[in-house]
Design a protein around this ligand. Structure first.
Ligand code: GLU
Length: 324
């Protein structure tokens, strides 16, 4: 199948070393783009300055190349929709904030972290975030705002429309989120940093992304992003959220499960084909747990082959990969 208009992307945050779990998401997003004859974009999501380090940024590019994943547009190769680095796109986010502001969709929020934690008994928010924002600052009078402004600089929240959101997810199937799920969310933090939700929407639209393939941990961000696309008058892409790789304890694969950063594996002398083969075998993309080059998986790839449930890997799988 060839879809020349398909534009997919991988959008890592350079706040740590790339892990087997992120590598798997990158591989699946890349295979989806390549198997459909589309364009693959790499975008560096380094907007949260203090957490992101140039060292990780370089390492991610190196690790991806080592794995055999390439991109048609990206920070190092450029392209028609650049720059492909969020810290260089701040003016676009400001412009989007102004448009939302002009439509009366934002309001300043003065709640402190402690105040927000104190509402922990409030109705559930998004799985990824804990309690929903209860709307404390939604209805402040101008006078109350002036009063609070003296003590604290505010974050800006987006007023969530009081409507349910439904969409068809290419991996997770039909999705429906109740009205107000997660509550009004932050689009600009009190320290001035624009939120992931806003930046990702502005960039996916500006880079003409048609298909987002990413980890299931971001599934419940999608309704927020769909509301932002709508409020900004932008076209939303199709989404497919692939279940995560979990360690033997059933929790998302992480550092505690061993030396599973791609850098650590490379340093141990593990070959990229071994990593790709191990990932592919537990992801329904390769019928034997044998080494294989990423490009050899393109012809047989279909997103439907990826399991719908989180994939739990055992100690033997980890040991096989790390040689430990
Ligand atoms: N930068 C995000 C992350 O690394 C991913 C964003 C996305 O794929 O929408 O978790």
């Amino acid at each position: 199948m060839t879809e020349a208009n398909y534009r997919g992307r991988f959008a890592p945050t350079p706040s740590g070393e790339m892990h087997v779990g992120n590598a798997r998401t990158a591989l699946i997003a890349w295979l989806d783009a390549r198997s459909r004859g589309g364009t693959f974009v790499l975008r560096m999501e380094d907007i949260d300055g203090p957490r992101c380090k140039p060292h990780f940024y370089d390492l991610i590019l190196e690790d991806l190349r080592w794995l055999g994943i390439d991109w048609d547009e990206g920070p190092d190769v450029g392209g028609p929709y650049g720059p492909y680095v969020q810290s260089l796109r701040l003016a676009d986010y400001d412009e989007a904030l102004k448009r939302l502001e002009a439509r009366g969709l934002l309001y300043p929020c003065y709640c402190s972290r402690a105040e927000l934690l104190a509402v922990a008994s409030a109705p559930h928010g998004l799985a990824s975030e804990g309690p929903a924002y209860p709307g404390t600052c939604r209805h402040l009078t101008d006078e109350e705002r002036r009063e609070r402004e003296r003590k604290k600089s505010p974050s800006l929240r987006f007023r969530l429309p009081d409507r349910a959101v439904a969409f068809e997810d290419g991996a997770a199937g039909p999705q429906r989120f109740a009205p107000g799920a997660g509550g009004d969310f932050v689009v600009r933090r009190a320290d001035g940093i624009v939120s992931y939700q806003l930046a990702v929407v502005v960039d996916d639209a500006a880079m003409a992304i048609t298909d987002v393939v990413r980890g299931a941990d971001l599934l419940d961000s999608t309704p927020r992003q769909l509301f932002l696309f709508e409020a900004l008058g932008l076209n939303a892409p199709r989404y497919a959220h692939v279940p995560l790789l979990c360690g033997p304890d059933g929790k998302r694969l992480a550092k505690r499960h061993g030396a599973l950063s791609i850098r650590a594996l490379r340093e141990r002398g593990v070959r990229p084909e071994q990593v790709v083969g191990a990932i592919a075998a537990v992801s329904g993309l390769h019928d034997r747990p044998e080494p294989i080059a990423a490009r050899e998986l393109i012809a047989g790839f279909r997103l439907e082959k990826v399991p719908k449930e989180p994939v739990v890997v055992d100690e033997a799988w980890i040991a096989g990969l790390t040689g430990g």
